[in-house]
Design a protein around this ligand. Sequence first.
Ligand SMILES: Cc1cc2nc3c(=O)[nH]c(=O)nc-3n(C[C@H](O)[C@H](O)[C@H](O)COP(=O)(O)OP(=O)(O)OC[C@H]3O[C@@H](n4cnc5c(N)ncnc54)[C@H](O)[C@@H]3O)c2cc1C
Length: 550
Amino acid sequence: MAGFYVKKMADNPITLKRPAVRRYLAPINTASTQQLFTDCLIIGAGIAGLRAAIEAAAGGCEVIITCKKTLEDSNTWHAQGGIASVLAEEDSFESHIEDTLTTGCGINDIDVVNEVVKDGPELIKQLIDWGTEFDKVKGKIDITREGGHSHPRIAHAQGDCTGRAIAQTLIKKVQKKSNISIVQNFFAIDLITNDDNECVGVIGQAANSQKQIIWAKTTILATGGAGKLYRETTNPETATADGLAMAVRAGAILRDMEFMQFHPTTLYIAGASRALITETLRGEGAVMLDVNGDKFMSAYHPDAELAPRDIVSRAILQQMLKTNSTHVFLDIRHFDKAHFAKRFPFINEIVTSFDIDISKDLIPVRPSAHYMVGGVKTDALANTSIKNLYTCGEIASTGLHGANRLGSNSLLEGLVFGKIAGTQAAQRSKKPNGPVGLRKFRIDIPESDRSRLDTSDVLNSLRSLMWRNVGIIRFAKPLAEAQEIISFWDRYVLDKVFDSPQGWECQNILTTSLMIAKAAEARTESRGTHFRDDFPESDDEKFKTHIEFV
Ligand SMILES: Cc1cc2nc3c(=O)[nH]c(=O)nc-3n(C[C@H](O)[C@H](O)[C@H](O)COP(=O)(O)OP(=O)(O)OC[C@H]3O[C@@H](n4cnc5c(N)ncnc54)[C@H](O)[C@@H]3O)c2cc1C
């Protein structure tokens, strides 16, 4: 790795005990279950999983890529603002690295930051060669700015539909490869490991509602984020932390779980879903006003509207409290209406559907859960602590983001680590004597004698609890209470056997929520996205490190 920037932090984490969970959620028996075999199994078809599939296939593997619903259901598909990379002559790798490190508040992995930043331009050029048409001005990629970036470096496509444009390119590429099989509507329930701590495949439920086992020499977990743990979120329905919980049950180390990034500006209209209003609007001049019509951001940070996301989110929350209101406003009345419609077609469609005329009306917004910074501990070669199990994308904690993610660095991370994971998995799958499944595999789970709670009720209450007690501004007592309440629900939900995704998702959400609350309680300082009102300062001596669940 390049390693041309500052010194690497010593890996001396604080460790917490992983939650006590049943190893497998569902009973299974090879004698009565359909089984598939492959070299490389990829769970998740967002930017990271798709990019990994292309690389693993190029490495000569038979690949199966699965997703829980269709190929269009992913966080990637919804990504708006763009992808960050050094694309302008005035910009430099050093500056992008510096911005990533500053936002990450001292706990990034320097080698990973160097690698991701330096690989960016080449992988974006490759996307262009494969067909992604980034928006252009005067024949050059139209790069814009977002908070925390000291230079314009955000490339966007189809206006504010960058994720969709990139996903379409990668999907087309994957569909053309004869050694990649795409399995949609496959709900991965649990990773299967053998006695040597090797991942050998996955148990899932196929589109026909039957259980299926996919045995694989290597498995890449690319299941994305966890926004659906919170009542207010920008994430689509699929982001239910399944991969994170599967990894915990399989014994992988998870870290940095306290770092959930809240996006400052989500459309706030009662009864409507929380559509993200991209940060690039602020990069291109949108101003924030409180309900009294007053500007407030410069009172919170010298960079005002372009301050890092965590600061803008907290500032909004504080201003909402000060003005006793449920939201603030984005003011883009000075934008050219025709240009806005072309540059931000998705947001234009949404605001228009609510009769908001941007030349006269303000856009009501408030923060919501957006990006899971923590995840499965993953090294620079996408390895996890389980053999033959790799991770990439939002589920992975590679150390790129530290305690906070710089805007538009996640699509970039998905591309870079997707490629790394695919390369590594292909090399590993070709080695002789790799695991090819277990001849006999049977899991029996005894009936629970506790009564059953309604999972929809639990999910609604849990999401509200996470928003209230484990949200943007945190204190010791609500964090402890959240754990107590989640543990109570756990007793009635985690010992049950479900046969449909809603039950498994509820179990996954409970397990992951508990880890977030535990880690947030343990980090008695404020850093990046994690803000403790009872410990508002950073404590470098004790906490300039990671918290890991082992
Ligand atoms: C509204 C919005 C806007 C964003 N804008 C930007 C932006 O402008 N720039 C940027 O860099 N980032 C942005 N992000 C973040 C970025 O989109 C994500 O971090 C990134 O796309 C994650 O990619 P991924 O491949 O890791 O996961 P995803 O794209 O979320 O894909 C996850 C995949 O895993 C599958 N999966 C999940 N659980 C299971 C299961 N149990 N079984 C089988 N399959 C499963 C899903 O079906 C899906 O295919 C945005 C996010 C959102 C929600």
